[in-house]
Ligand binder design. Structure first.
Ligand SMILES: Cc1ncc(C[n+]2csc(CCOP(=O)(O)OP(=O)(O)O)c2C)c(N)n1
Ligand code: SF4
Ligand SMILES: [Mg+2]
Length: 317
């Protein structure tokens, strides 16, 4: 079914979709930018899940990462800076039939969009949210973001950032009704793919922070982590990200973490000696606001009029 109005609906002839069916415009990110890897993972997932392109929606704010919808051959909305969450929630509140991805950056989500971020996580609508965190404002050419580490120099802090960085994972774990919180890295395609897949399969708002390389401005930040696998802590649990043997061999630091344990998840999120990757927290039974906003979706014009009349009748004198 395609179209908002019933009389406009057409039924497309279904065929098997290949990767090219999800590829939009030629990506204009810098060579080596981690955004390319995330795009590849989302396109592969869409192909593997055979998501109908006309039923798939990618919403973003503004930033390098937020150019994402242009590069998908699906529906998309490249919105306003910091406003990806309200746009995505608005669409989801009326369209239960869509497969929805939301792309945001550390500036877009954690700075200007922070108010919307908090409430959207609490609404727990069915959205796969990918935060591409390169620790910097990339698009506007090198300004300190809320996740920039102390002493990192940028155009806004030429002598180095003064502030302790905000931990997006700790923030989300602290919000009421959060239901899926994970972290991954853009430079390990199997873990990136498996994390996005687990997020997509979760019913509710799945929040994934992706440590994202920005070779143009912050190459020195994740390059050492890429070289030294011991800086990664692999969270291992049957309810978390599916790990294969090569992944386990690559990352020697592993620990069992049950994603139903919130306080353990919070302790892990606060660790500064390593980057934990995998699922911190998952709750499949959290309240979903979209299930309330979607009530009455099939109501036709005459039924709506009758309902309004009935409501107004209560005020008759
Ligand atoms: C209301 C508003 N304020 C500021 C800007 C300028 N602006 C555009 S993108 C951006 C920061 C992008 O950083 P981030 O979200 O981390 O994305 P990245 O480019 O790093 O992927 C800013 C400040 C804007 N477009 N709109
Ligand atoms: S500036 Fe950084 S984030 Fe933006 S496209 Fe280039 S490498 Fe990617
Ligand atoms: Mg950024």
């Amino acid at each position: 079914m395609v179209g908002l109005k019933q009389e406009w609906e057409i039924e497309p002839v279904r065929k098997d979709c290949v990767l090219e069916d999800y590829m939009g415009a030629e990506p204009r990110w810098c060579p080596g930018c981690g955004d390319h890897a995330v795009l590849n993972a989302v396109q592969r997932l869409a192909r593997d899940k055979q998501l109908p392109p006309e039923k798939t929606m990618v919403v973003s704010g503004i930033g390098c990462s937020s150019r994402f919808p242009h590069y998908m051959s699906t529906y998309g909305f490249h919105g306003l800076h910091g406003r990806a969450f309200p746009v995505a929630c608005g669409i989801r509140s009326r369209r239960p039939d869509l497969h929805m991805f939301m792309i945001t950056g550390d500036g877009d989500c954690c700075a200007i969009g922070a108010g919307h971020w908090i409430h959207a996580i609490r609404y727990n609508m069915d959205l796969t949210v990918l935060l591409l965190d390169n620790n910097i404002y990339g698009l506007t050419k090198n300004q300190t973001s809320p996740t920039t580490r102390p002493f990192e120099k940028s155009n806004t802090n030429p002598k180095g950032s003064y502030m302790p960085p905000l931990s997006p994972i700790s923030v989300v774990l602290g919000i009421a009704n959060r239901s899926f919180v994970a972290q991954t890295i853009d430079w390990n395609p199997p873990h990136l793919y498996a994390t996005i897949k687990a997020a997509y399969e979760h019913q509710g708002t799945s929040f994934v922070r992706i440590l994202q390389r920005c070779p143009h401005f912050t190459s020195h930040i994740f390059e050492p982590v890429q070289e030294d696998h011991s800086q990664i802590l692999l969270m291992d649990h049957p309810a978390g990200v599916a790990l294969d043997e090569p992944m386990k061999r690559l990352f020697p630091n592993r620990m069992a973490h049950d994603p139903s344990k919130l306080s353990e998840a919070r302790d892990l999120a606060e660790r500064e000696d390593c980057y934990p990757i995998g699922v911190f927290y998952k709750n499949e039974n959290a309240f979903r606001y979209d299930q309330t906003t979607q009530v009455g979706l099939g109501t036709g014009p005459s039924e709506k009029l009758a309902a309004i009349d009935k409501a107004l009748d209560r005020f008759m004198v």
